[in-house]
Ligand binder design. Structure first.
Ligand SMILES: [Fe+2]
Length: 216
């Protein structure tokens, strides 16, 4: 039976070449954890070891190299399940798609174990993490939520929207996704983006105001 009072902890590690936010959700009752967007697998592994966690899921909000480059180290060491949106699954094994080919360090992740679709969920002990398809930054971008915590990947940041000028980017879809994401985030919610500062919904309102004024 599901615990009606789920207990979890969220930690954020800034790591990798372009300061990716790797978020780690850990269940306080069974010590399983989900790693979202690992950039440097060794750094994330150190956190897992220091906190005696059991890695269950490696979730990529999208397939760009700075969000998947820690997959291989963590998969090899813990055999966690790699999860990604359908349209970005090919990015894992294609350096041109995941953009690593353009930064002089061709990178491939192991293939995905689980394709995530709209309204799918992943259980972590007593906690249920929901998936939404939010295309725009890439076609297969997803966002995640656990209670009042929202993980936005590169959909939006405190400083502005995710870029849409990379292959697969689509500004119209991004705006649609931001609208639907914003509509489910409550005032008391906390947003964890893929880069930059994390914070309450209120702290993102300057970004949203600008977007509503100029881009919607
Ligand atoms: Fe990205």
């Amino acid at each position: 039976m599901r615990n009606l009072n789920p207990s979890f902890r969220i930690d954020t590690i800034i790591n990798g070449e372009i300061s990716t936010n790797t978020h780690i959700i850990s269940c306080l009752t069974d010590s399983t954890c989900m790693v979202i967007d690992p950039a440097d697998g060794k750094v994330v592994s150190k956190f897992i070891e220091n906190n005696n966690l059991k890695l269950k899921y490696i979730v990529n909000t999208h397939g760009h190299y700075d969000h998947i480059s820690g997959n291989k180290f963590l998969k090899d060491k813990y055999n966690g399940l790699i999860c990604i949106g359908a349209e970005d699954a090919e990015f894992l094994t294609n350096p041109a798609l995941n953009m690593s080919a353009y930064v002089g360090d061709e990178f491939c992740s192991p293939k995905c174990d689980i394709i995530l679709k709209n309204n799918d969920y992943l259980d972590l002990g007593d906690n249920r993490i929901f998936v939404r398809e939010t295309p725009g930054h890439t076609q297969g971008s997803i966002t995640l939520s656990l209670g009042n915590s929202f993980f936005s990947g590169d959909l939006l940041f405190m400083e502005g929207l995710g870029r849409t000028d990379l292959p697969g980017g689509d500004p119209v879809k991004l705006v649609e996704s931001v609208r639907s994401f914003w509509s489910i985030v409550k005032m008391e919610s906390f947003i964890y983006p893929g880069h930059g500062e994390c914070g309450k919904k209120l702290m993102f309102e300057n970004t949203m105001r600008e977007i509503f004024l100029y881009r919607f």
